[in-house]
Design a protein. Structure first.
Length: 189
Protein backbone atom coordinates (compact mmCIF):
# COMPACT_ATOMS: atom_id res chain seq x y z
CA UNK A 1 0.00 0.00 0.00
CA UNK A 2 1.23 3.46 -0.88
CA UNK A 3 1.48 5.46 2.38
CA UNK A 4 0.97 8.77 0.60
CA UNK A 5 -2.22 7.52 -1.08
CA UNK A 6 -3.71 4.78 1.09
CA UNK A 7 -6.22 2.41 -0.41
CA UNK A 8 -9.83 3.40 -0.10
CA UNK A 9 -12.00 2.48 2.86
CA UNK A 10 -13.66 -0.15 0.68
CA UNK A 11 -10.23 -1.64 -0.17
CA UNK A 12 -10.83 -1.41 -3.94
CA UNK A 13 -8.21 -0.36 -6.43
CA UNK A 14 -10.51 0.63 -9.33
CA UNK A 15 -12.19 2.14 -11.22
CA UNK A 16 -12.94 -1.02 -13.16
CA UNK A 17 -14.07 -2.13 -16.57
CA UNK A 18 -17.17 -4.33 -16.38
CA UNK A 19 -15.09 -7.22 -17.78
CA UNK A 20 -12.61 -7.06 -14.87
CA UNK A 21 -12.98 -10.16 -12.66
CA UNK A 22 -11.98 -8.01 -9.63
CA UNK A 23 -14.80 -5.51 -10.21
CA UNK A 24 -17.23 -5.19 -7.30
CA UNK A 25 -20.75 -6.53 -7.51
CA UNK A 26 -23.99 -5.38 -5.83
CA UNK A 27 -23.75 -2.07 -7.69
CA UNK A 28 -26.03 0.93 -8.08
CA UNK A 29 -26.58 1.14 -11.85
CA UNK A 30 -26.71 4.47 -13.69
CA UNK A 31 -26.25 3.28 -17.27
CA UNK A 32 -22.57 3.38 -18.21
CA UNK A 33 -21.50 4.16 -14.61
CA UNK A 34 -22.16 1.73 -11.76
CA UNK A 35 -20.72 1.94 -8.25
CA UNK A 36 -20.84 0.43 -4.78
CA UNK A 37 -23.48 2.26 -2.75
CA UNK A 38 -22.06 4.09 0.26
CA UNK A 39 -24.59 5.06 2.97
CA UNK A 40 -22.41 8.02 4.01
CA UNK A 41 -22.37 9.53 0.50
CA UNK A 42 -25.38 11.08 -1.29
CA UNK A 43 -25.69 10.69 -5.07
CA UNK A 44 -27.11 13.29 -7.47
CA UNK A 45 -27.71 13.09 -11.20
CA UNK A 46 -26.48 16.18 -13.07
CA UNK A 47 -28.95 17.10 -15.82
CA UNK A 48 -28.10 19.27 -18.84
CA UNK A 49 -30.42 22.26 -19.17
CA UNK A 50 -32.40 22.32 -22.39
CA UNK A 51 -31.89 18.67 -23.34
CA UNK A 52 -32.76 17.02 -20.02
CA UNK A 53 -29.90 14.58 -20.64
CA UNK A 54 -28.05 13.18 -17.64
CA UNK A 55 -24.40 14.23 -18.11
CA UNK A 56 -22.69 13.44 -14.80
CA UNK A 57 -23.06 11.93 -11.36
CA UNK A 58 -22.15 13.88 -8.23
CA UNK A 59 -21.33 12.28 -4.90
CA UNK A 60 -21.70 14.51 -1.83
CA UNK A 61 -19.89 13.81 1.42
CA UNK A 62 -20.03 16.45 4.18
CA UNK A 63 -18.97 19.73 2.47
CA UNK A 64 -17.26 17.99 -0.47
CA UNK A 65 -18.36 16.75 -3.87
CA UNK A 66 -16.94 14.30 -6.39
CA UNK A 67 -18.38 14.74 -9.88
CA UNK A 68 -17.73 11.97 -12.42
CA UNK A 69 -18.22 11.69 -16.16
CA UNK A 70 -17.39 8.80 -18.48
CA UNK A 71 -16.30 9.36 -22.08
CA UNK A 72 -15.65 7.15 -25.09
CA UNK A 73 -11.99 6.60 -25.90
CA UNK A 74 -10.18 4.81 -28.75
CA UNK A 75 -9.25 1.20 -28.01
CA UNK A 76 -5.77 0.92 -26.54
CA UNK A 77 -5.29 4.69 -26.16
CA UNK A 78 -5.42 6.97 -23.14
CA UNK A 79 -7.14 10.32 -23.69
CA UNK A 80 -6.29 11.73 -20.27
CA UNK A 81 -3.08 13.55 -21.28
CA UNK A 82 -4.89 15.21 -24.19
CA UNK A 83 -7.91 16.13 -22.04
CA UNK A 84 -5.57 17.37 -19.29
CA UNK A 85 -3.87 19.65 -21.82
CA UNK A 86 -7.23 21.03 -22.97
CA UNK A 87 -8.42 21.65 -19.40
CA UNK A 88 -5.12 23.37 -18.55
CA UNK A 89 -5.30 25.61 -21.63
CA UNK A 90 -8.93 26.50 -20.91
CA UNK A 91 -8.29 27.41 -17.26
CA UNK A 92 -5.13 29.38 -18.06
CA UNK A 93 -6.97 31.31 -20.81
CA UNK A 94 -9.37 32.46 -18.06
CA UNK A 95 -6.44 33.63 -15.91
CA UNK A 96 -6.80 30.71 -13.49
CA UNK A 97 -3.49 29.36 -12.29
CA UNK A 98 -3.12 25.61 -11.95
CA UNK A 99 -0.73 23.18 -10.33
CA UNK A 100 0.01 19.70 -11.64
CA UNK A 101 0.66 16.90 -9.19
CA UNK A 102 1.07 13.16 -9.32
CA UNK A 103 -1.81 11.55 -7.41
CA UNK A 104 -3.25 8.10 -6.92
CA UNK A 105 -4.83 8.14 -10.40
CA UNK A 106 -1.87 9.73 -12.25
CA UNK A 107 -1.35 13.36 -13.22
CA UNK A 108 -3.86 15.70 -11.59
CA UNK A 109 -4.67 19.39 -11.74
CA UNK A 110 -5.31 21.59 -8.70
CA UNK A 111 -6.93 24.98 -9.27
CA UNK A 112 -8.94 27.66 -7.48
CA UNK A 113 -12.03 28.41 -9.57
CA UNK A 114 -13.83 31.74 -9.03
CA UNK A 115 -17.42 31.19 -7.92
CA UNK A 116 -18.08 34.84 -7.11
CA UNK A 117 -16.17 38.10 -7.23
CA UNK A 118 -14.68 37.47 -3.77
CA UNK A 119 -14.66 33.67 -3.47
CA UNK A 120 -12.51 30.93 -4.94
CA UNK A 121 -13.37 27.23 -4.85
CA UNK A 122 -10.46 24.75 -4.67
CA UNK A 123 -10.83 21.85 -7.11
CA UNK A 124 -8.84 18.76 -7.97
CA UNK A 125 -9.27 17.17 -11.42
CA UNK A 126 -8.07 13.70 -12.40
CA UNK A 127 -8.85 10.96 -14.86
CA UNK A 128 -8.27 7.31 -15.54
CA UNK A 129 -8.44 5.49 -18.87
CA UNK A 130 -9.76 1.98 -19.33
CA UNK A 131 -10.71 -0.18 -22.29
CA UNK A 132 -12.30 2.33 -24.69
CA UNK A 133 -13.32 4.73 -21.89
CA UNK A 134 -12.04 7.64 -19.84
CA UNK A 135 -13.45 8.37 -16.39
CA UNK A 136 -12.92 11.95 -15.22
CA UNK A 137 -13.33 13.04 -11.62
CA UNK A 138 -13.50 16.52 -10.10
CA UNK A 139 -13.34 16.91 -6.32
CA UNK A 140 -14.26 20.17 -4.60
CA UNK A 141 -14.59 21.20 -0.97
CA UNK A 142 -12.46 20.14 1.98
CA UNK A 143 -11.72 16.78 0.27
CA UNK A 144 -9.23 18.62 -1.94
CA UNK A 145 -6.87 18.87 1.03
CA UNK A 146 -8.28 17.00 4.05
CA UNK A 147 -7.47 13.30 4.30
CA UNK A 148 -10.73 11.86 5.70
CA UNK A 149 -13.17 13.32 3.11
CA UNK A 150 -10.54 12.82 0.38
CA UNK A 151 -10.30 9.10 1.19
CA UNK A 152 -14.09 8.76 1.34
CA UNK A 153 -14.62 10.27 -2.13
CA UNK A 154 -11.60 8.51 -3.64
CA UNK A 155 -13.17 5.30 -2.30
CA UNK A 156 -16.31 6.05 -4.32
CA UNK A 157 -14.19 6.70 -7.43
CA UNK A 158 -12.31 3.42 -6.88
CA UNK A 159 -15.60 1.48 -6.66
CA UNK A 160 -16.87 2.65 -10.07
CA UNK A 161 -17.44 0.07 -12.78
CA UNK A 162 -17.72 1.36 -16.34
CA UNK A 163 -20.18 -0.37 -18.65
CA UNK A 164 -18.88 0.89 -22.00
CA UNK A 165 -21.11 -1.21 -24.27
CA UNK A 166 -20.38 -2.09 -27.88
CA UNK A 167 -21.94 0.94 -29.63
CA UNK A 168 -19.24 2.80 -31.60
CA UNK A 169 -18.85 6.34 -30.29
CA UNK A 170 -16.42 9.09 -31.27
CA UNK A 171 -13.61 9.85 -28.79
CA UNK A 172 -14.72 12.20 -25.99
CA UNK A 173 -18.42 11.44 -26.49
CA UNK A 174 -20.18 11.15 -23.13
CA UNK A 175 -21.16 7.58 -22.35
CA UNK A 176 -24.92 7.39 -21.74
CA UNK A 177 -26.22 7.63 -18.19
CA UNK A 178 -29.67 6.69 -16.93
CA UNK A 179 -31.50 6.57 -13.64
CA UNK A 180 -31.81 3.18 -11.97
CA UNK A 181 -35.12 1.38 -12.34
CA UNK A 182 -37.50 2.61 -9.65
CA UNK A 183 -35.59 5.83 -8.97
CA UNK A 184 -37.70 8.66 -7.59
CA UNK A 185 -37.35 11.83 -9.62
CA UNK A 186 -38.25 15.10 -7.83
CA UNK A 187 -40.80 17.20 -9.68
CA UNK A 188 -39.75 20.65 -10.91
CA UNK A 189 -41.45 23.60 -9.24
Amino acid sequence: MNELYPSSPNGLLGPFDESDPNAPTELAEFGSIAFLPNPRVAVRAEIEEGTGRMVALSFDYLDSTLQVQAFASPKGESLWDEVLGDITANLESQGISIERHLGPFGTEIYAHIPISQDELKPVRMFGLSGDRWLLRGVISGSAVSELEPKNELEGVFRSIVIRRGQVPLPPRELLPLSLPEGAIVPKAN
